[in-house]
Ligand binder design. Structure first.
Ligand SMILES: Cc1cc2nc3c(=O)[nH]c(=O)nc-3n(C[C@H](O)[C@H](O)[C@H](O)COP(=O)(O)O)c2cc1C
Length: 219
């Protein structure tokens, strides 16, 4: 049920698997549907929109940022937060999503800055791919504390694309609603805006190119 009192919240939702029939893409579709039910406007994308060549500074300097990185940049700029459903590969994130994050991190202003992220995974394993999400947290700026990992995902969805276990579906919906609350607060309560420092130890001064100041930054 949409919350009629909610201020506008725009979310980008995509799965980080390239393959057709991806369980993570199914989870992303479900998350997108739930977010819309909870009052958010949703832009749905797929990982193939954001594919990039392997990051190479020489390529960046000679030909600029690739089309896939530009596509994710543009969608991030137009949104308030994003949700990724990512497979776990060898107890980490797939190389394709890390590579795209590396490229997108080269834009200035940095488009991840100020955008809240919610991370999900689906896997046939019993852990649901949660270990990979711990890796995916690291390069992203603001990540919601709760993450959602769908274990035995090849058996988890019902014929309508929802999670067959009703309690788990409810928990999924509640968690997404709380995430949307956070994005709404972050967007609409100015006192939550903070300056963002990419690497610990950097000082916010004009000599430091990787520091961006928020609207109310003052330290
Ligand atoms: C290279 C590779 C490594 C994988 N490593 C893991 C892993 O560490 N943990 C896990 O739960 N599943 C692992 N899997 C299985 C994936 O979870 C499974 O292929 C899943 O379907 C991928 O997500 P998708 O359906 O969205 O493409 C791995 C699969 C591949 C191809």
């Amino acid at each position: 049920m949409a919350n009629e009192r909610r201020c506008s919240v725009r979310l980008l939702v995509f799965g980080a698997s390239l393959r057709e029939g991806s369980m993570n893409d199914s989870l992303a579709s479900l998350a997108a549907a739930v977010a819309q039910e909870k009052g958010a406007s949703v832009e749905r994308a797929v990982m193939t929109d954001f594919e990039c060549p392997a990051y190479d500074l020489d390529v960046e300097l000679s030909t600029g940022l690739p089309v896939g990185a530009q596509a994710l940049h543009d969608k991030l700029v137009a949104t308030d937060g994003f949700m990724i459903a990512s497979p776990e590969y060898n107890a980490s994130m797939p190389g394709v999503i890390k590579n795209t994050i590396d490229w997108v991190s080269r834009f200035r202003p940095q488009p991840f800055n100020g955008k809240q992220a919610f991370l999900m995974a689906a896997s046939p394993s019993m852990t649901g791919g949660k270990i990979g999400l711990w890796a995916l947290r690291q390069p992203l700026a603001r990540v919601y504390p709760d993450m959602f990992a769908l274990a035995q995902a090849h058996h988890a969805f019902d014929s309508s694309g929802r999670i067959a276990d009703g309690k788990l579906q409810n928990w999924f919906e509640t968690t997404i609603e709380c995430f949307i609350d956070l994005v709404e607060a972050s967007k609409h309560y100015p006192h939550l805006k903070k300056q963002w420092v990419e690497f610990l130890g950097e000082r916010p001064d004009t000599e430091t190119t990787r520091v961006e100041l928020g609207e109310t930054a003052a330290v």
